[in-house]
Write a protein that binds this ligand. Structure first.
Ligand code: ZN
Length: 494
C-alpha cells in the first residue's frame, strides 16, 4: 500500500500535541460513530462501538444482578406533572425536550422525553412499596437512552440523546443507603479498574455541586489527556427527599408509616467509552482492555505468494488455530481478499485489538505463528504446540502493560499545591488533578468560586470517599486562610 494512502487512513495528529483533534479522528477512523446524522448532538453508534458497549452493559448488568438488583424498563415519555414534581429538587426542566403534538393534535398535557429516571420511576414506587419486608428494593434500567437539550455536544462526552444505565433503590434507613453506596463503589473498582484499567478517584462532591435532589452526590472522576476531569459515574444519596415528593412510604415492624430512603447509581456508558478511548489509545488508534475487546485476537494470514496451494495451506492452518483459540477467546480471522496484510494490520491497530497473530509461508515452514501485542512494536514467534500457554501469557502481559501505563499516567497528572499561586501555575501549565488542603466542602463555596475564577474554570471535585485524607496539622485553606483539615482535588471539567 502506498505511503500517502496509509497516512490518510491513520490519525494525522498526535494525542500529545492535539488531544481534541486526536479524539475526534479516533472515534471516526476506528469506526465507532458516524456524526453525519444531521441532528445536533445525536450520533450513530457504529458496529465496533456497539460491540464494545454491549460488553460494558453486560458486565455491569451481571454485577448488579449478583448484587440482587432486578431489571425493569420504563417508557421514554414522562407526564409533565411528574417531571415538574422534581423541579424543585432537580432543576432539570431547562434541559428537557417536550412533545406537544401527536400528529396534528395538540396534546392535552405535554409529555417529556426522559432526561433521567427518577420522575418516571418514583411515582410507581409509591404504588409498589407497602411494607418493610420489601426492603431493600433494588432495580435497574439498562440499554436505553435519555434526552437533554445540550448546546455543546461531543461524541461520548455530551449529547442530546445518549446511552444510559441506572439503578434505583429503596431502603429502610440511611445506614442501608451507605452500605449500598459502598457496594456501588466496589462494583466500579472491580470493573473500571481491575478489568478495564481506567484509573479514577471516588469523591463526595461539595454540597454546592451535588445533584439538587440529593443529600450527597458521589462520583468517579478520571482525567482525560487534556487534563480535564471526566465524570464517569454518579451515585446519589437521595435521603428521603424524593420519597416525600412522591409519597413513597412503608409500614415498619411496628406498623408505623415511614418514608423510604433512596439511592440511585448511574455509571455513564458514554463517559466510560470516552475514558477508554482517551486514556488507553495512542497515535495508532484505540487500545482496548482485554475484556472489552470485541475481538481479543485477530489472525491475519500472509498470502502474498502466487502459489495457491501454499496459500490454501496457510489459510487452513489459520482456521485450525482460530478453532483452537475460540474456546478461550473472542477470535477473528481476517480473510478479506481485497485488503493487503499491511492494511489489515493498521485497521486492527486502529480498532485496538489486543493481540495479533500473523501466519505466512515462513511461519508455516517453521511450525510457528508470529504474534504481537497492541501495546508494543516487537513481534515474536510461538511454536504451534505451545500456542495456548503462550497466548495466555501474552494476554497477561498486555493487561499488565495497560495497567502500568494508566497508573503512571494518573500519578503523573496529580500534583500537590498549598498556595493559590501554585494552583494557578499548575492549572495553567499541566492541568490534571491538583491536591490541596481546603477549608470545607460543606461551607467553602466562596473559596471554590475564587479558585474557579482565578484558574479560568477549575472545580473543587471533592474529598475522597469513604476515606478522606487528613492534612498535616496546621494546614490552611489557600484561599481563606482558615484551618484546612482535609485534602480536596481540583481540576478543570468538561
Ligand atoms: Zn477556604
Amino acid at each position: 500500500m502506498a505511503k500517502n494512502n496509509e497516512k490518510e487512513i491513520g490519525i494525522t495528529v498526535t494525542k500529545k500535541d492535539n488531544f481534541s483533534e486526536w479524539f475526534s479522528q479516533v472515534v471516526i477512523k476506528a469506526e465507532l460513530v458516524d456524526i453525519r446524522y444531521g441532528v445536533q448532538g445525536c450520533i450513530v453508534h457504529m458496529p465496533w462501538a456497539m460491540k464494545i458497549i454491549r460488553l460494558i452493559y453486560t458486565k455491569i448488568e451481571e454485577k448488579v444482578e449478583e448484587d440482587e438488583h432486578d431489571p425493569f424498563l420504563f417508557p421514554t415519555l414522562i407526564k409533565q406533572e411528574n417531571l415538574l414534581k422534581e423541579e424543585e429538587h432537580a432543576g432539570f426542566t431547562p434541559e428537557v425536550f417536550w412533545i406537544t403534538k401527536g400528529g396534528n393534535t395538540t396534546l392535552e398535557e405535554p409529555l417529556a422525553l426522559r432526561p433521567t429516571g427518577e420522575t418516571q420511576i418514583y411515582p410507581m414506587y409509591s404504588l409498589w412499596l407497602r411494607n418493610h419486608n420489601q426492603l431493600p428494593f433494588k432495580r435497574y434500567q439498562s440499554r436505553h437512552t435519555v434526552f437533554r437539550n445540550e448546546m455543546t455536544t461531543r461524541p461520548f462526552l455530551r449529547g442530546r440523546e445518549f446511552l444510559f444505565f441506572e439503578t434505583h433503590n429503596m431502603y429502610k434507613n440511611h445506614d442501608d443507603t451507605l452500605i449500598q453506596i459502598k457496594k456501588d463503589l466496589e462494583m466500579m473498582k472491580e470493573l473500571f479498574w481491575d478489568e478495564w484499567k481506567i484509573p479514577f478517584k471516588f469523591f463526595v462532591r461539595p454540597q454546592w455541586d451535588k445533584f439538587l435532589g440529593a443529600d450527597n452526590t458521589y462520583v468517579t472522576d478520571t482525567l482525560m489527556p487534556d487534563g480535564k476531569r471526566n465524570q464517569m459515574s454518579s451515585t446519589h444519596d437521595l435521603g428521603i427527599n424524593f420519597a416525600k415528593a412522591f409519597n413513597i412510604k412503608f409500614k415498619d415492624e411496628n406498623q408505623k408509616e415511614k418514608f423510604a430512603h433512596q439511592s440511585c447509581w448511574g455509571p455513564g456508558i458514554w463517559r466510560l467509552m470516552a475514558g477508554l478511548i482517551a486514556i488507553h489509545g495512542d497515535d495508532q488508534g484505540l487500545i482496548l482492555p482485554f475484556s472489552l475487546a470485541p475481538y481479543q485476537i485477530v489472525i491475519v494470514p500472509i498470502t502474498f505468494s502466487k502459489n495457491q496451494e501454499l496459500n490454501e495451506k496457510i489459510i487452513n492452518k489459520c482456521i485450525e488455530i482460530k478453532k483452537q483459540l475460540s474456546n478461550l477467546y473472542r477470535v477473528h480471522l481476517d480473510l478479506r481478499d481485497e485488503k493487503s496484510p499491511g492494511f489489515k494490520f493498521n485497521d486492527w491497530e486502529m480498532k485496538g485489538v489486543p493481540i495479533r497473530i500473523e501466519l505466512g509461508p515462513k511461519d508455516l515452514e517453521n511450525n510457528q505463528i508470529t504474534i504481537s501485542r497492541r501495546t508494543i512494536k516487537e513481534k515474536s514467534q510461538i511454536n504451534f504446540d505451545d500456542i495456548i500457554n503462550k497466548i495466555n501469557l501474552e494476554t497477561k502481559k498486555f493487561q499488565k502493560e495497560i495497567e502500568t501505563r494508566s497508573t503512571e499516567y494518573f500519578a503523573d497528572n496529580t500534583r500537590n499545591a498549598t498556595t493559590l499561586e501554585e494552583i494557578k501555575k499548575i492549572i495553567s501549565t499541566f492541568r490534571g488533578f491538583v491536591k490541596i488542603p481546603f477549608c470545607s466542602i460543606e461551607t467553602g463555596e466562596e473559596c471554590a468560586n475564587l479558585i474557579k475564577a482565578e484558574t479560568q474554570g477549575a472545580y473543587v471535585c471533592g474529598e475522597e470517599w469513604p476515606n478522606s485524607e487528613d492534612t498535616p496539622k496546621g494546614s490552611l485553606c489557600p484561599v481563606c486562610g482558615k484551618s484546612a483539615k482535609k485534602y480536596v482535588y481540583i481540576a478543570k471539567s468538561y
